[in-house]
Design a binder for this molecule. Structure first.
Ligand code: DX5
Ligand code: ZN
Length: 216
């Protein structure tokens, strides 16, 4: 079963708790985008808001750190209630250590790759992470268009995953819509992140269920 993770980035932050309640029955994970204005050209939220969300929902929080020096904030996001904590390989000179630190803190560790970052960046730690996040847009904003070459990358990662004993989730993030979600799942994604396609729809829950119909 392919999992669906609505991304709160496209929700109305003035009524965030209500927005989350709309997708709560049916969401496998809630995707939370943390941006620092350095690694990506946008600023979003920090541990305080993650903690506030955690208090309002039982859906596990999938926290995507688009920040430099993510290792400095592992403790804060663990405390805030993250279930998955994903760092970008592009900003982790000691990626193996960072992943270990997340796991030692008792939660699941993910590594994200920008569209143009090669799978080589994670090949040595594939059996030591819980999730690989393949960005299918350049990170920073919701509502961008899916970059088609990422489909090949998903397929390649799925092939490598087959050979592993511990199988990390393959999460794909950016530009996923009702129209293309089936192709992304067929390529090998196990978690689909969708922001604007869900929270930008008149009925977010209906949009999420429609996506689920498409992929399962
Ligand atoms: C973008 C974020 C995504 C974003 C996806 O940098 O990482 O999680 O919310 O939004 P959509 O689904 O609208 O492309
Ligand atoms: Zn994200």
């Amino acid at each position: 079963m392919v999992k669906i993770a609505p991304s709160v980035l496209s929700a109305d932050f003035g009524i965030l708790a209500e927005e989350i309640a709309r997708v709560e029955p049916g969401a496998d994970l809630l995707h939370v985008d943390v941006m620092d204005g350095h690694f990506v050209p946008n600023l979003t939220i920090g541990p305080l808001v993650v903690e506030a969300i955690h208090k309002r929902t039982r859906v596990p929080l999938d926290v995507h750190l688009m920040i430099q020096n993510p290792e400095r904030y592992i403790g804060a996001f663990v405390q805030a209630g993250a279930a998955y904590l994903t760092v970008h390989a592009e900003v982790c000179p000691h990626l193996h250590r960072t992943v270990q630190q997340i796991r030692e803190a008792g939660i699941k560790a993910g590594v994200a790759l920008n569209p143009s970052t090669s799978l080589h960046a994670v090949e040595h730690i594939l059996d030591q992470v819980d999730l690989i996040l393949l960005m299918s847009v350049n990170p920073g904003f919701g509502g961008q268009t899916f970059i088609p070459f990422v489909l090949k990358k998903i397929e390649e990662l799925a092939r490598r995953r087959e050979r592993l004993e511990a199988k990390p989730e393959i999460e794909v993030d950016g530009g996923i819509k009702i129209e293309n979600c089936r192709a992304v799942a067929q390529a090998g994604a196990t978690i689909l992140v969708a922001g604007s396609a869900i929270f930008g729809a008149p009925d977010p829950r209906a949009a999420m269920l429609k996506m689920r119909e498409q992929v399962n």
